[in-house]
Write a protein that binds this ligand. Structure first.
Ligand SMILES: Cc1cc2nc3c(=O)[nH]c(=O)nc-3n(C[C@H](O)[C@H](O)[C@H](O)COP(=O)(O)OP(=O)(O)OC[C@H]3O[C@@H](n4cnc5c(N)ncnc54)[C@H](O)[C@@H]3O)c2cc1C
Ligand code: FES
Length: 234
């Protein structure tokens, strides 16, 4: 069992939750299953790692339905179960130029990823694109990273992506990621998508999270959530 170190609102939609969970190693793009209730709702909720600190883990969460609202109401010192880390991860070694393209809270994994990219190569050039709604202020959670932050409120973030950088990682709503995948392929860019499927166990046992790939059905919780664009069959 972990304890909440802090839980603070970022704007009307998003909050940042830090827990005192200690783990040996977490890679960017991995996720944890969070649970701060007994029986209902039945399932724990998958949440990506936003940041890893010496004294715990940080998550950036959108308040949507019953699970995230229960997480939003947690106070300092409250107990929470944090299972993980699960899933595969974004590569961050040997990368010199990269575009990270996020819709809303799909930006969450890109904070820790950017830190790891910069640690692996201090000269790496990172463009972080964020598509947000007008009232959202999520960009302030990324301003201290020292990356080139491109924020668009309203409209389609995909319209602003510069395809000169030949490697793209994306996370966000399906409609955004699949449009970007098409554009990336037309511009000869390599693209990786972090798929956001409803998950049951997070462990590869229940098959509730499968997607179709060129190699057959794949469990996004165990084999994913990150896939090469050319491997995914929509
Ligand atoms: C690998 C992975 C990493 C994720 N990382 C984050 C993160 O860092 N921060 C964050 O805020 N959210 C993240 N999510 C999404 C998050 O898990 C869901 O928003 C959450 O489970 C919703 O639970 P709820 O009880 O609040 O909503 P529910 O009451 O279950 O549903 C409320 C609404 O949210 C929609 N919804 C629920 N689950 C998902 C989902 N997985 N994808 C899309 N829509 C969903 C429902 O269709 C419904 O409209 C991640 C999902 C996955 C699969
Ligand atoms: S969530 Fe159960 S197999 Fe993926």
């Amino acid at each position: 069992m972990s304890k909440v170190i802090y839980n603070k609102m970022i704007d009307d939609d998003y909050f940042m939750l830090k827990t005192d969970t200690k783990v040996d190693k977490v890679y960017p793009g991995q996720f944890f299953m969070l649970r701060a209730w007994d029986l209902y709702p039945t399932l724990s909720r998958p949440i990506s790692i936003y940041d890893v600190c010496e004294d715990g883990l940080v998550f950036l969460i959108e308040s949507r339905g019953i699970g995230s609202k229960l997480l939003k109401n947690l106070k300092e010192g409250d107990e929470i179960k944090v299972f993980g880390p699960y899933g595969n991860h974004f590569e961050y070694e040997n990368i010199r130029e990269i575009s990270l393209v996020a819709g809303g809270v799909g930006s969450a994994p890109f904070y820790y990823l950017s830190k790891c990219l910069k640690k692996a190569n201090p000269d790496v050039k990172i463009d972080l694109y964020m598509g947000l709604r007008e009232n959202q202020k999520l960009e302030k959670c990324f301003e201290d990273l020292g990356v080139n932050l491109i924020v668009k409120k309203g409209g389609f973030i995909t319209d602003y992506v510069d395809f000169d950088k030949k490697l793209i990682y994306t996370c966000g709503p399906d409609i955004m990621m699949y449009k970007l995948k098409d554009l990336a392929e037309k511009n000869a860019c390599k693209i990786y998508l972090s798929l956001d499927k409803r998950m049951g166990c997070g462990l590869g046992a229940c098959l509730s999270c499968t997607c179709k790939t060129v190699n057959g059905n794949s469990r996004t919780c165990k084999d994913g959530p990150i896939y090469k664009g050319s491997d995914i069959l929509e």
